[in-house]
Ligand binder design. Structure first.
Ligand code: NAD
Length: 363
């Protein structure tokens, strides 16, 4: 039986970039004998329009059953007035929570062809290859109590709670150590142990796990504010960074900008092992639905295609096919073919489908 893939294109540029990914997947079926049982469904605003909710129970059930979920992006101004709990982004939070996708992996790599797209000097980013592992289902984005209360005197009070348990910290740290072992063998754990109890616990629990199970991996600790600074000052000092949900959100966006374009960067979100021995997994570009360019055929589909390469590597045990896709993309960029977001002097600008054509030709 072919592995199952749930396709959730979502909103804005989501459907445009996912259409190009579909062509790549069809190519793999035709030329490499690698086929998938693919099902497509709705998430985000597209689901609100049809079902009244940003993700339906039926879609969640399909996500649970699939070997991997490929997501485009959600959100857009059309749904600005939807109730906060029912907004498009709530669909994304719900699927992460339901699949218990506790580890978000974001590689930040600089390809030689795009070294000038970074806002940092080429010598600082040439050859950059770091992986940020962000805790995704805990911390301040989910902690209770939370809410906005009316204090009755014209004042209101907003509350969120940063909370982590040892189990939550150690399961995400374990993923970081495992990935470090097949990369540069170094993990930097990031928190604010100097001012937050949850950070102090984070540091103690990572240290304890390291001593017992991962002493062969080099472990360092850094405060989140220093890490933000070091990512700009000398990003190549890092191999794997592991951090909580809030700091990871911010630091991974910062790291992504070291590479120059949001349209280039993939991500993977992994959950617990299922009875099949595989982890629950959702793959998506790190960018959003880009309403400012949606419908114009100019979005860069590379982040979506590279997200599928991650799926080939981490869910489908096809590292050679993943590398084949990555090499094709590198070849296209080396030929000077660019979408608008990464356009540079002397290069040839192509549309979203033009980039799909170029990657297929390189394959
Ligand atoms: P965004 O990532 O959608 O866009 C930021 C900028 O980058 C825009 O100028 C956009 O045109 C550009 N951009 C993004 N992806 C691109 C691509 N593939 N090719 C070319 N240019 C690209 O972030 P935003 O503008 O802050 O958010 C827009 C909407 O997306 C919001 O509703 C937000 O909530 C949502 N969002 C969703 C996700 C997700 O689905 N995972 C992530 C972030 C934001």
């Amino acid at each position: 039986m072919p592995p199952t893939l749930l396709f959730l294109p979502g909103d804005g540029i989501g459907p445009e970039i996912m259409a190009q990914l579909r062509r790549i997947i069809e190519w793999l079926g035709q030329h490499r004998g690698l086929t998938f049982d693919m099902v497509e469904d709705l998430i985000g605003g597209a689901s609100i329009d049809v079902h009244g909710v940003p993700i339906s129970d039926g879609t969640l059930a399909k996500a649970q059953a699939a070997d991997a979920v490929m997501l485009g992006a959600v959100g857009g101004p059309k749904w600005d007035k939807v109730a906060y709990d029912n907004r498009p982004e709530a669909g994304l939070l719900k699927i992460r929570k339901e699949l218990q996708l506790f580890a978000n992996l974001r590689p930040a790599m600089v390809l030689d062809a795009l070294v000038d797209a970074s806002s940092l000097k080429p010598e600082l980013v040439r050859g950059l290859d770091i992986m940020i592992v962000r805790e995704l289902t805990g911390g301040v984005y989910f902690g209770e109590p939370r809410g906005i209360e009316d204090l009755g005197n014209g004042q209101r009070r907003g509350v969120n709670t940063q909370v982590y348990t040892t189990a939550e910290i150690q399961r995400v740290a374990r993923i970081a150590f495992e990935f470090a072992r097949v990369r540069g063998n170094r993990v930097c754990s990031v928190e604010k142990a100097n001012v937050m109890e949850s950070g102090k616990l984070w540091r103690e629990d990572v240290t304890a796990l390291h001593a017992v199970e991962y002493a062969d991996v080099a472990l360092s600790h850094m405060y989140a504010d220093n890490c933000a600074m070091q990512l700009c000052r000398n990003p190549k000092q890092f191999d794997v960074i592991v951090t909580d949900n809030l700091f990871g959100d911010i630091l991974s966006d910062e790291a992504s900008m070291l590479t120059g374009s949001l349209g280039m960067l993939p991500s993977a979100s992994l959950g617990p092992e299922k009875p099949t021995g595989k982890r629950a997994a959702l793959y998506e570009p790190i960018h959003g639905s880009a309403p400012d360019i949606a419908g114009r055929g100019i979005a860069n589909p590379i982040a979506a295609i590279l997200s599928f390469a991650m799926a080939l590597r981490y869910t489908f045990d096809q590292p050679d096919e993943a590398a084949r896709i990555e090499r094709a993309i590198e070849a296209v960029l080396n030929q000077g073919i660019r979408t608008a977001d990464i356009m540079a002097e002397g290069c040839r600008q192509v549309s979203t489908s033009g980039m799909g054509d170029a990657v297929l030709a390189a394959l």
